[in-house]
Design a protein around this ligand. Structure first.
Ligand code: BTN
Length: 241
């Protein structure tokens, strides 16, 4: 693993995309400040200050693993939960990859992007933002969601470098196991930490809102929504509203 440290950048994901050709497998881009952080569905990821985490992990796995690439964000969010638990909080997963404290307050977001070159996958970027140190006013000002940060939850400041080190060690220690076993490696843990199953949900899927009862997760990490006509709808992407 190699870490590239940047003082300030528009977005670590954009940096990784721009330099993808020259970046090795398992390169981590870590920025202290982000001026144009990006979230899922064209949202912005607000910079809460330089003691928060903004990283992008560049992965270039062998082609034989291409069927499990969509699950890497779910793997990353399970790893993040493991680390957050060590800090004494109760992280829960909102499908597909949001980490919520007690299931209600968003502490982290993951944006994965695939870079295609001449019709082939050149690499994937797992962009992770974790609110580690903020004040209540700044997290309250985040639009569209109830957010929190780790220092608010545990009542003391968090050492960003230690958190990053713990996260990356855990991520890469189990990465080969994940590549070989896919979603099945994390399914039990993912389900045990979920905060969305057995609930009536509205899910934004592209330009439509799908409604249904969240019945289960498939072996590929997809969400099974039972609709009012009792038919199952299997979602591979979406945003639970
Ligand atoms: C989301 O919840 O919508 C995903 C947010 C992802 C934010 C991270 S911060 C590091 C990386 N660089 C970006 O521009 N975005 C991701």
């Amino acid at each position: 693993m190699k870490v590239i440290r940047l003082e300030e950048i528009d977005s670590t994901n954009t940096y990784a995309k721009t330099h993808m050709e020259n970046l090795e497998d398992k390169t981590v881009i870590h920025a202290l400040r982000q001026t144009k952080g990006r979230g899922r569905f064209n949202r912005t990821w607000i910079d809460l200050g330089s003691d928060n985490l903004f990283i992008s992990i560049v992965l270039k796995p062998d082609k034989k693993y291409s069927n499990i690439l969509p699950n890497i964000t779910q793997y990353a969010c399970v790893v993040l939960c493991r680390i957050l638990e060590k800090y004494g909080v109760n992280p829960k997963i909102k499908w597909p990859n949001d980490v919520m404290i007690d299931g209600t307050r968003k502490i982290s977001g993951i944006l994965s992007e695939t870079v295609i070159q001449s019709g082939e996958i050149e690499g994937i970027i797992i962009g992770i933002g974790v609110n580690l140190n903020s004040n209540i006013e700044n997290v309250k000002a985040i639009p569209d969601r109830i957010a929190t940060s780790l220092n608010i939850e545990i009542g003391k400041s968090v050492d960003m470098d230690s958190f990053l080190q713990e996260f990356l060690t855990e991520f890469f220690d189990s990465y080969d196991k994940f590549l070989n076993l896919g979603f099945n490696y994390i399914k039990k843990e993912y389900l045990s930490k979920n905060c969305f199953l057995r609930k009536d949900l509205k899910v934004q899927v592209l330009n439509e809102v799908k409604c249904g009862y969240a019945r289960d997760i498939t072996n590929e990490g997809e969400l099974i929504l039972e609709q009012s006509n009792k038919e199952d709808l299997v979602l591979t992407i979406g945003d639970i509203l």
